[in-house]
Design a protein around this ligand. Structure first.
Ligand code: NAD
Length: 411
């Protein structure tokens, strides 16, 4: 799994590096991670036995600022997957112009099978092993799949035992601990802002568009809420519990209530149950993958009937699939732009933590919109200028910026 994700990330890099005609030394410097750490985490399980887990932190690049990237708890986490995701973070922060580099971390674990107490011990064990390589001016973790404010609070607290009160060491914290208003919904909100910017460019309105969403966790469910508020019809949703279709539009509040009660969409009565793969091929205007990577393969790409794909998830489209979508005239808003809302508000959280001065939610949402619309415009113009896909344009801009910073810093 992870090896494929890394191979795909490297391929997207290669497309842009060729387009930019970067020298070979740039390829090596830009692709080689600064530091990679693999740690053994032993914790006491609730039944008295010892559980052993493997944790990772990959610091990819810090030429533009401290390393930044989330921590994922998922059974498929491995070193290559974390390497791929760390690389994406470097391009993402450069593309939206926030002063961070890229990193990623994770633990190979099915967190849903751990008790809250076990998850706390595991998170604290990870901090014990990596606290000396993270910090508010070196490397700033945040949430990703399988983690959220709860884990970030434990991270912050454990780190404080070694280094004192440093809320800026981690983002995505609860608001009560210096977290930012608007962070929890930022990635989903960002996807919606970018769709609005896209349709604005096309002279169309977002309202009335039919959307299909894969993954109903943090990113997918918040995007669904905001899209419904803006007059879109969510005709399909899915999570690990099942996929559901409703041509009249799914009642998102009802779906959220169901997930709150049942833990997943399994048994949802607000739509017709369909096969998980069929969801991606539903007739719609916008397909929003917001779950795991590698789901849009070349076979699936041929079945997609959406006009646009917006990548809420990291790495959902394989390079072969991307080429097919491009040939078929389906425009893809790439992950490094589409889901950059999360890291952008994480940046606001970090700024607020360093300044000990906190902003109103209205200001956060306004600044988020400004940054994402500007980034979208830059990508759109670059794609027009180079007559290329939005993905290639986004990678060219991002990698060009990181290489420029790297050159100025010297060897
Ligand atoms: P999450 O754990 O909150 O939710 C993931 C959702 O996907 C769950 O509903 C889960 O059931 C579902 N899912 C998992 N595998 C699936 C499958 N094969 N088919 C259908 N549904 C499946 O995670 P999240 O934070 O929403 O992250 C989702 C994606 O967005 C990840 O790729 C993550 O890297 C990316 N992302 C998240 C953020 C963030 O701020 N949370 C920021 C940037 C990118």
């Amino acid at each position: 799994m992870g090896a494929e994700a890394l191979e795909h990330a490297n391929r997207y890099f290669e497309w842009a590096a060729r387009e930019l005609e970067l020298p070979q030394e740039a390829w090596v410097q830009l692709l080689t991670p600064y530091r990679e750490v693999r740690v053994e985490l032993n914790i006491r399980m609730d039944d008295g036995k010892t559980g052993t887990f493997i944790g990772y932190r990959v610091q990819h690049d810090n030429s533009r600022g401290p390393f930044k990237g989330g921590i994922r708890y998922h059974p498929q986490v491995d070193s290559d997957e974390v390497r791929a995701l760390a690389q994406l973070m470097t391009w993402k922060t450069a593309l939206v112009g926030i002063p961070f580099g890229g990193a990623k971390g994770g633990i190979q674990v099915d967190a849903a099978r751990l008790s809250v107490a076990e998850r706390e011990r595991l998170t604290r064990a990870l901090v014990d092993k990596i606290h000396d390589i993270v910090g508010d001016h070196t490397d700033i973790p945040g949430p990703d799949m399988g983690t959220g404010p709860r884990e970030m609070a434990w991270f912050f607290d454990q780190y404080a035992k070694y280094h004192g009160h440093r809320p800026g060491v981690v983002t995505g914290k609860p608001v009560a601990l210096g977290g930012s208003l608007g962070r929890i919904s930022a990635t989903g909100r960002g996807c919606v802002e970018l769709l609005e910017a896209l349709f604005n460019r096309l002279g169309e309105s977002l309202s009335g568009k039919r959307v299909v969403i894969q993954g109903f966790g943090n990113v997918g469910s918040w995007a669904a809420r905001f899209l419904a508020e803006r007059g879109c019809k969510i005709v399909g949703i899915s999570d690990l519990g099942g996929a559901y279709f409703n041509s009249d539009g799914i009642d998102i509040a009802h779906a959220l209530e169901h997930v709150e009660r049942a833990g997943s969409l399994r048994g949802f009565d607000g739509g017709e149950p369909i096969e998980a793969e069929a969801l991606l091929g539903l007739d719609c205007d916008v397909l929003l993958p917001a779950a795991v990577g590698g789901v849009i393969t070349k076979e699936i790409a041929k079945t997609i009937r959406a006009r646009f794909v917006i990548e809420g998830a990291n790495g959902p489209t394989t390079p072969e699939a991307d080429e097919i979508l491009h040939e078929r005239g389906i425009q893809v808003v790439p992950d490094i732009l589409a889901n950059a809302g999360g890291v952008t508000v994480s940046y606001f959280e970090w700024v607020q933590n360093l300044q000990h001065f906190y902003w109103e939610e209205e200001q956060i949402n306004k600044e988020l919109r400004r940054i994402l619309w500007q980034a979208f415009d830059r990508v759109w113009e670059e794609a027009k200028r180079r007559r290329c896909s939005l993905r290639l344009a986004a990678y060219v801009l991002a990698i060009g910026k990181v290489w420029e910073a790297t050159k100025w810093r010297g060897v």
